[in-house]
Structures are given as structure tokens and as C-alpha cells.
Design a protein around this ligand. Sequence first.
Ligand SMILES: [Fe+2]
Length: 321
Amino acid sequence: MLAQPGRKRCSSIVATTLVDYNKRRPLPVGPARPWKEGGHRQGSIGSHGAACYDHALESESCCPKSSGLILGSIMLVVQVSDSHLIESEDGLLYGINTLNTFRQAVESIGRMSPRPDLILHTGDLAEDGSLAAYRRLDQLFQGLAIPYVWIPGNHDSLPAMAAALPISPKRWVRDNWQFVLVSSKLEGEETHDGMVSPQELDHLRESLQQARHPTVVAIHHHPIPVFSRWLDEGYPLRNADEFVNIVERFPCCKIVLFGHVHQEVDRVQHGIRYLCAPSTFEQFQPRTETLVRDPRLPGFRVLDLAPDGTFETHILRYELA
Ligand SMILES: [Fe+2]
């Protein structure tokens, strides 16, 4: 493993239409900067993002303090969320062709340099749970040749996902980070609420108990309030307290990623960074009593995860063609 002190962490983007939202300026356009020299892609996830996740554990230290030097490789993860694809290729959802906006997200990811190591979709892949929607999503992601994993959202259909998509693992370790995927899909009720089942809570607890690595947990529903009454009370994670009580007991849990609320969220609570990505479809205005559509551009989240347990993250939004 190479020592690479002083290496820049954020990715450059080779695209004219991407906007670094946090910095509110166009991203630099030009040739890609060189990235990591070694150790970067060891232990591949596999082209279908399914197998080969358990790699040799490299550190006994769960949450090491950063030395200021970055040893090893930075893992670049893209969080995509709430694409809401529909069965008809030409169909519109609230006046928007969700396939087009998702395709632009995929094209933007494809232009990133360095290339991401992993795409994590945090749910509502499809609006209508149709096979056709999942097959299109899979086709577009497969075209990137970047491994991807997913968790279901309230709009998703588990049988259709199982038929059309590669199976996502529930837990894996890579480049000194552990990833734990938790389903909040509530089966058997006509509802958009979420609920983490007792089995999923056990899976979460056991994964964190066993962790010797800084950990990213991903779930679809928002486990913390976003201060929009219609979302917090109308579309809640019913047992958010149980989920939060578990993750906040374990210092190894560094990041909780979620979707569902179609807006950027970045909040620290009891040492955990709670992060939500924008939708690739449409945005909801933050802190409103009722649903108010937000004219902000669609986008996705980028995370640079260093093997010493430190990380950086930002949102990238793309102009609609
Ligand atoms: Fe959604």
C-alpha cells in the first residue's frame, strides 16, 4: 500500500454541464488529473455488484484518528437516489421524463474523473415498480461498468427488483470501510411510510457490533426529522428512534446515507453525519408545511472515503438538456 501524503481528495469532473453545488461555481473543465497509483481497485465488487465483498481485514482499529496523511487509497462512492423511473420510456411523471433526468445523471457519473468505485442507489429506483423501469436502470448502470448496489424505497417492488436487478449484498468491507444496507420497505400495507423490520434491526446491530472499520449505513427513509411537516409526519420512518438508537451507540458508524426526501441534507448528530442526496428526478423545497416543488437542479452525492476513516462529501448537480 502506498503512502500518498497530501493527495487531493475531491474528484475533478470532465464535463461542461456539472455544477459543484456546494461551491456554486462551474467545475473545472479539462483533462482528468491522475488519481491513485496503487491498491485502488483491489478486491473488486464484480460487474454486477453482487459478490466478492469480504476482503482481508487490514486494521484492528475501528475508528482510527487521522494522522494527517492519507495512507492507501481513497474510495470514491456516488450516492444516487429517487430516480422514480416509470414503465413507459416516453412517459412523464408530474411533467418530467424521469428516464431522461436519470440518464443525464448516469452520463454525468460516466464523465467523472477519477471514475467512481461504487454507485449506491438509496431507493425509489422506480415509481411504478415495473420490470421495464428496473431493466432500463440496470442497462444504464451496466453501461458505466461501475459496480452498483441498491436498497428499496417505498415506491419500489421487491419482486420486480429481484427479477430485473443484480442482488445487492447486505454488508461488505472494502478499502477499510464497512458498508451496511438496511431496508426500510414496509411490506403488506398500502403506505409510503417506512419501517425497519426486527430482522433488519438485528442485521444492523450485529454488523456494527462486529465492525472493525468505519462504517457507512444506508437506508431509504429519513431517520432524522427534516423539518417539513408533510414529510416528517406524512411519510415517516415509523421506528426511526429504534434505528437511530442503534447507530448512535456505535462510534464506528460514521455516515448514514438516506434518500426519500428529495433534497440535500447534511447534519451531524451524536458524531454521525446524516446525509441525503438530491433526487435525480425532482426536488422538494426544504422546511415546508406541504409539498412545494423546488426548482433546484437534480443531482447526486459524491463521497471520498479515506482508509483512515476520514471522508469528504459534496453534491453535484447537472443542467437538464
Ligand atoms: Fe422518492
